[in-house]
Design a protein around this ligand. Structure first.
Ligand code: PEP
Ligand code: MG
Length: 575
């Protein structure tokens, strides 16, 4: 039996067998081909090329049928690149002249052109570079007879083991029989971890080298709460975990009595306790929980795993469904926070290949660069609001006043357009921003007159304040929500908003951290929005707290010079 300690990313216990995912990186080796075999090598390349063209034909026909001509253009561009002589002629020529394998000749040919595209100071050509690399990937996967990574069909009751899982991969796990996953990379507040919680999949991340120790079919246990991966567990350990699994199930069930009750502290302070909606699959569960609203609807997931972004009609339908489902409670629709580790095919150059994607073209920055795509989403939210329900709009990754004013301008443009189309958009839709970049926190007094509410995104705020990448397991120990700087910053934000009579919500993972909830309540937070799965647990805790005494305890914790001190004060007093 081997026990590997990582970072608990999504609670719960999974017992199953290993399904090891190959890394999707395709490494190309240079292999010398004997002269008499060169023609066969060229033929191998031509066969792969034909198969790629067939793939693209099928994809184009599918997109044409389901999404229309406009969207099929993207695939058509890939077909044109694939038929370009740089691929059809140059690669066979390189194989023959240099006496090398097809993969190597292909990657050399592609690299040469990609570099030329990279140098061009023109967005159109830079975008073509992505298309070129995508085509190359398709060709390579045929040459290597290795499919592009999809995780749609792991065996039943399996536990996925991978070096890394992207949020888009994790979304794909829904509806499969995957019981849990463990990855070498990743941190506790990575989007992959958050999605795993939403999909109720126990997960451990940041295991460093664990994926190398596991083979397909190995018997495994994932302990998502303690962050453990157990390989080849002994019978006694298996038995212990089965019992623990049952205990957790009973505990969860006992929380059912709290459904529909208010999240009010012992001394009468009502906390607006909403849920975070990360995937549409959760909507059914949300309705049965009867929360105070949706405090964060992460709409970016609607844009992943598809060749083109969702259109206005499609988005309207989804938002309207959620708004009506929660009516009359508020639903905070956050405009898509794409970029960082959540990359979508937008049909425009959209932040791919950045050296520091989390500090790059992400959230509102990306959408203000592409106002047409942004407006489709804003129009869809306004349209949905005209059909009933209570919509609020939230903007991610704001760092300056100019961004707020630009968004307001686009909202007004969209409203005017819809009015012309005789759509009865409500006169007032509340607008808020995520406070997740330190500059926004520091400028809050200037921003607030333009806003109706704010929501603190602690996941990003902590990463940007402490300069600790939230998905990097190497620095996970430095990602500390009790760091004195975090405590002081939160106090400053909350006091600043209250001074102008604005409500403050927290929608980052800290709002669902049972150790941090007393801190947030003592600091005076008005709203918490938490993963669906933890909603009742947080409610139970809130109902056991006393805000007045917490205010006093928190003022002591704020004086601590190290996080340990603050933690100790809070845990001593809150027990
Ligand atoms: C946050 O940053 O705290 C947040 C809620 O947004 P996300 O996790 O989607 O970045
Ligand atoms: Mg964020």
């Amino acid at each position: 039996m081997i026990i590997v300690k990582g970072i608990g990313a999504s609670p719960g216990i999974a017992i199953g067998t290993a399904y090891v995912l190959e890394d999707d990186e395709i490494v190309v080796k240079r292999v010398e081909i004997r002269p008499q075999l060169l023609r066969a090598e060229v033929k191998r390349f031509r066969d792969a090329h034909k198969a790629t063209m067939r793939d693209l034909d099928t994809a184009e026909a599918k997109v044409l049928k389901f999404l229309g001509k406009e969207h099929a253009k993207l695939i058509h561009a890939h077909r044109l690149i694939s038929s370009d002589i740089l691929i059809t002629k140059d690669v066979p020529l390189r194989i023959m002249k240099e006496g090398v394998n097809a993969e190597f000749a292909l990657s050399e040919a592609i690299e040469a052109v990609a570099q030329q595209f990279e140098k061009m100071d023109d967005e159109f050509f830079r975008e073509r570079r992505h298309d070129l690399l995508d085509v190359a990937k398709r060709l390579l996967s045929h040459l290597l007879k290795k499919s592009r990574r999809t995780i749609s069909a792991p065996a039943a009751d399996s536990i996925l083991i991978a070096r890394n899982l992207l949020p888009s991969d994790t979304l794909n796990l829904h509806g499969t029989r995957v019981l849990g996953f463990a990855t070498d990379l990743g941190g506790k507040t990575s989007h992959t971890a958050i999605l795993a919680q939403s999909l109720c999949i126990p997960a451990v991340v940041g295991l460093s080298e664990a994926s190398r120790q596991v083979k397909n079919g190995d018997s495994l246990i994932i302990d998502g709460r303690s962050g453990l991966l157990i390989i080849h567990p002994g019978l006694d350990v298996l038995e212990k975990y089965k019992q623990l699994q049952e205990k957790e199930r009973i505990e969860e069930k006992s929380l059912d009595v709290l459904r529909g009750l208010p999240a009010v502290t012992m001394d009468g302070k009502t906390i607006h306790l909403g849920v975070n909606l990360d995937s549409l699959e959760e909507i059914k569960t949300v309705a049965t929980l009867a929360p105070d609203g949706v405090g964060l609807f992460r709409t970016e997931y609607l844009f992943l795993n598809r060749p083109t972004p969702p259109g206005e009609q499609e988005q309207t339908k989804i938002y309207s469904g959620v708004l009506k489902g929660l009516d009359p409670k508020p639903v905070v629709v956050r405009t898509a926070d794409l970029g960082g580790d959540r990359l979508a095919a937008l049909g425009v150059s959209a932040g791919q290949d950045e050296a520091n994607p989390f500090m790059g073209l992400r959230g509102v920055r990306l959408f203000l660069r592409h106002p047409d795509i942004f407006k489709i989403q804003l129009r869809a939210i306004l349209r949905a609001a005209s059909k009933g329900g209570y919509a609020r709009i939230l903007i991610p990754m704001v760092s300056s006043l100019g961004e707020i004013l630009s968004v307001k301008n686009l909202i007004e443009q969209s409203r005017a357009e819809l009015k012309k189309e005789s759509i009865a958009v409500p006169e007032k839709i509340e607008l808020g921003i995520m406070i997740e970049i330190p500059s926004a926190a520091l400028m809050l007094d200037v921003f607030l007159p333009h806003l109706d509410f704010i929501s603190i995104g602690t996941n990003d705020l902590i990463q940007y304040l402490l300069a600790v990448d939230r998905i990097n397991e190497q620095v996970a120990h430095l990602y500390d929500s009790f760091h004195p700087a975090v405590l002081r910053f939160l106090k400053m934000i909350i006091d600043s908003a209250h001074a102008q009579g604005k409500r403050v919500g927290v929608c980052g993972e800290m709002a669902a951290d049972l150790k941090a909830v007393p801190l947030l309540i003592g600091l005076g937070v008005d709203e918490l929005s938490v993963p669906v799965r933890l909603h009742l647990r947080v409610k139970q805790l809130v109902r056991s707290l006393n805000q007045e005494s917490l205010k006093e305890i928190v003022s002591q914790a704020l004086a601590a010079s190290e996080s340990e001190g603050a933690r100790k004060i809070l845990s001593r007093e809150c027990l």
